[in-house]
Design a protein around this ligand. Structure first.
Ligand code: GLN
Length: 259
């Protein structure tokens, strides 16, 4: 018994030493960001008003403004890179960028791969149909209905469970093109990008009834508490002051003007 206790005590000492060595050796991501002078941000700029290409050909939008505020708080520049939406969570998981800012719905499934900030937008998924469509609500989307979604999104996950007639596109815009050419009967997409698509295309209607209720959050590589705290502080301030809502209004109009 005594020998067992000794071994246990020794093991504890070794374990403690090992942990302190690891924490000494591991540099905080915040230090790395400050040292490099940039916060690397990934997004998919086909998602107005959160991210879109502005009149100057640059990636702009609510998420970009938030990312810039976070960079500012860290005393660095935000470096924005575009990629397909379905590649964003895997890239953040692998630590290839510091921040995923792409109207990402915080889901339990994704929280297994990345850490999420506080939620900053309450929203949901909506149905877009052509004018005169027989589809009048969620109940009309059934097995066999031909529905277009953006690949790897919550719309993809939800509609996959309802109909095998699902078609997956790289962007919401591609799905809308398919809808207008009659290849599919409806598009399911996030509320504001869906509104933007209806505003910028003729002959489309946004159905009133949401298919789901969701919240957006920013995604970072797991285990970076210090960075998450900075992000949550900035988001908290921007939500509290009404700035997020103001930015949504502003960028809805700006994106509509770009078309
Ligand atoms: N909110 C949706 C999701 O997280 C769609 C996001 C997007 O297309 N940018 O899946």
């Amino acid at each position: 018994m005594k020998a067992f206790k000794k071994v246990a005590a020794l093991l504890l000492v070794v374990a403690l030493l090992a942990t302190s060595l690891v924490s000494c050796g591991k540099k905080s991501i915040v230090d790395e960001i400050k040292k490099s002078g940039k916060l690397t941000v990934i997004t998919e700029p086909g998602f107005a008003p959160f991210e879109y290409i502005d009149a100057n050909g640059e990636i702009a939008g609510v998420d970009i403004e938030i990312a810039k505020k976070i960079a500012e708080k860290l005393g660095v520049e935000a470096e924005i890179t575009a990629m397909d939406f379905d590649a964003i969570i895997p890239a953040i998981q692998a630590g290839k960028a510091n921040l995923g800012a792409a109207g990402i719905t915080a889901t339990e499934e994704r929280a297994k791969s990345v850490d999420f900030s506080v939620n900053y937008v309450d929203t949901g998924l909506y149905i877009i149909v052509p004018e005169g469509s027989a589809i009048a609500g969620a109940a009309d989307i059934v097995e066999g209905t031909a529905v277009g979604v953006q690949l790897g999104t919550t719309s993809d996950m939800l509609v996959s469970d309802i109909t095998s007639g699902i078609s997956r596109y790289k962007t919401v815009a591609d799905a809308v093109v398919a809808l207008q050419s009659g290849k599919i009967e409806a598009v399911v997409a996030d509320e504001l990008p869906a509104k933007d698509a209806v505003a910028n295309n003729t002959g489309l209607v946004l159905l009133e009834e949401p298919l789901s209720v969701e919240q957006y959050a920013l995604a970072i590589t797991k285990g970076n508490e210090e960075l998450l705290e900075v992000i949550n502080e900035v988001l908290g301030e921007m939500i509290e002051s009404g700035e997020v809502d103001k930015l949504i209004q502003e960028h809805m109009e700006l994106a509509a003007a770009v078309g």
